[in-house]
Every structure is written in C-alpha cells, then in structure tokens.
Design a protein around this ligand. Sequence first.
Ligand SMILES: [Zn+2]
Length: 183
Amino acid sequence: MLDEIFAQFAHDPNFDKPADALSCDNDDDGSTLDHGRIADALTARQFITAGKATVTLKSLKSGARFTYRITAAKDENGDRSGDGTLFVGLLSGPNNDGDYKYLGRISRDVFWRGRKNPRPGDISADAPSMKAFDWTWRKLVQGTLPDQVEIWHEGRCGRCGRKLTVPESIRSGFGPECIQHIG
Ligand SMILES: [Zn+2]
C-alpha cells in the first residue's frame, strides 16, 4: 500500500521541489544543510512530537519524498498546550522556512487529516502527501519504522528549530540543550 502511495507522489501537484533541491541549498551562513537519518520508530516519534520538527519521508522504492513541519500548539502564554496537540504542514514551495501548507493535526497520537472547517485550496484528505504522513505516523505509533520508508531530519533541532552544528547533534536530531528534555 505504501508503494502505491509513494508512486503517486510524483503526480501530486503539491509535491513540487522537495528535499533533493533543498539538500543542495546553501543555508543563510553559506554552509550546507546537514541532514540526518532517523534510525528507529521511537526516535522518530520523539523527533516528530518535539515541538518544532522538520522531517522528510522518503520512499526507498520510488525515491519520492515529502517534507513536513510539525509544530506544537501553544496556549495563550506561549507554552505548549496541555493536550499536546501538534500541527502538521507540508512543504509546498521552494522556501524551507515559510512555504508550508496545512495538512492536519496530531492529537493524542491520532493524526487528523485536514482542518475542522475545510477551506478552498486545502490539501485534500486523499492526497498522496496526506496518506503518506498518515500511514507512516500510524506505523510509528505502533512502534514500527517501515522498511519501505526513510525518515530524515533537515539539520535543525526538532525541539527548537535551531541549526544543528556538531556531528553528535546531527546524529540525534537535537541540540545539546534540547536533548536533555527529550525522552
Ligand atoms: Zn533545540
């Protein structure tokens, strides 16, 4: 089933210029982004739910990929909201910092496709990008990182979004301070 989903990636209008192009981009300071592959389901879940995560899902069979940003909902004080809701966006343009379209939300480990009140132009509930995230997330919740998919971080801390610089941080996906809050 995943192969079918990823096979559709190339035909998704929202799937434009994803990680291949980005991986060659220079960052603000001129250095190259340092990606890191996330090796297991637990780490992937910790990363995705850390609060400010950017991840790329890559199909090993087709090579197709999508990049998502998953951010924690905030309460009126700017703290993470008590129910732990996360918003999921899909990278849908060339700007790695801004061009994310709303995909859905994660609430109590369940991914909900789309908005409560859909708007024109929203990513449809059966878009490949939607199915791929939903499918992968379900597997992660079950404790499985499927063989068919790789999960990569994009060189930024999953918790605070700052650029990772040292090899140890690039391996873990978290900066030296933030990793102390994970687990
Ligand atoms: Zn951090």
